[in-house]
Design a protein around this ligand. Structure first.
Ligand SMILES: [Zn+2]
Length: 296
């Protein structure tokens, strides 16, 4: 294979294209599987050019999950290459109907500011969903990484583990303060599971590949537990849902645009479910508001 500057070698036949969303490239003969496709058409075009310059055709796209910054390049790759998309099952509904993503985050039909590329990619058809952990045809292993999205999966090729958005780097943890997890309780389990995995390299989507991710896992776990503790503290005495959210956002010194407010609300609600399910807090409706309070 010809050397292409933007294609970074991890081991023989396993590469990645660095960017705001790292793209995996797994080589088989003269074709490849790309792991995620970035935010938009420009990213998709860049992937096609880099891979073609290396003498490869894109035969498969593997989408770890359906967030817009992972599937935005799908459409142009499908239009220009004879490629097929593989994705986890629930994610496939969102990849094929991307308006579901802002609808889900907002909780109803979303305003125009959420119907744009950061929340909503162009639709693309999924060829097959993951039905078994081992894909004999492609010689890959899929690994469930529940929590961050509906049913995100990572992928292992030649002992290189593409982990999607299961982990965020320390600088993003500090910037965002509340990491987005669809099911934060499952995200904690996944982070603990990742600690037990042992692979040559881990390729996250938003920071450089690393052979040891133990410290980053702890940073992510600590961040989640910090937010959980904050909610527990603020619900010590009865507090309305709105006031609780406002207190947390103020304490974390977050300045948010309206779309980001809805995103954070969705993320924080996952913590509320976790605490209600563990019977740490409960809710009661009174005077037109939902109040939360500690039960243990
Ligand atoms: Zn994501």
């Amino acid at each position: 294979m010809c050397p292409v500057r933007e294609l970074k070698k991890i081991v023989e036949d396993v590469y990645y294209i660095p960017g705001r969303t790292n793209i995996g490239v797994i080589v088989r003969d003269n074709w490849c599987i790309v792991v995620d496709t970035g935010l938009d058409e420009d990213q998709g075009r860049r992937i096609i050019n880099i891979v073609n310059d290396a003498g490869l055709k894109i035969k498969y796209i593997f989408n770890t999950h359906s967030h817009a910054d992972h599937i935005g390049g799908n459409r142009i790759i499908l239009d220009r290459c004879e490629a097929n998309i593989i994705s986890p099952s629930i994610e496939s509904y969102f990849i094929e109907n991307p308006v579901l993503e802002p609808i889900f985050l907002y909780g109803s039909y979303p305003p125009e500011s959420m119907r744009e590329k950061f929340f909503m990619a162009k639709p693309s058809k999924v060829y097959k969903t993951i039905s078994e952990d081992v894909d004999g045809e492609l010689d890959l292993r899929y690994v469930a990484l529940a929590g961050h999205s509906f049913n995100m999966y990572g992928l292992v090729a030649d002992d290189i583990f593409f982990i999607g958005d299961a982990l965020f780097p320390e600088n993003l943890v500090e910037k965002f303060k509340v990491l987005y997890h669809f099911n934060v309780r499952e995200a904690v389990k996944t982070l603990s599971k990742l600690k037990e995995e042992d692979h040559k390299y881990y390729v996250p989507c938003h920071f450089d590949p690393a052979s040891n991710i133990g410290n980053v896992i702890n940073v992510n776990l600590n961040s989640i537990m910090k937010v959980r503790k904050l909610i527990e503290e603020h619900a010590q005495s009865k507090i309305s849902f709105e006031e609780l959210f406002s207190n947390i956002l103020l304490e974390l010194k977050l300045e948010l645009s309206p779309p980001m407010y809805f995103l954070y609300s969705s993320a924080l609600k996952s913590y509320i479910s976790w605490l209600i399910d563990e019977k740490v807090i409960d809710g009661v409706y009174a005077n037109g508001r939902l109040y939360l309070f500690r039960v243990k």
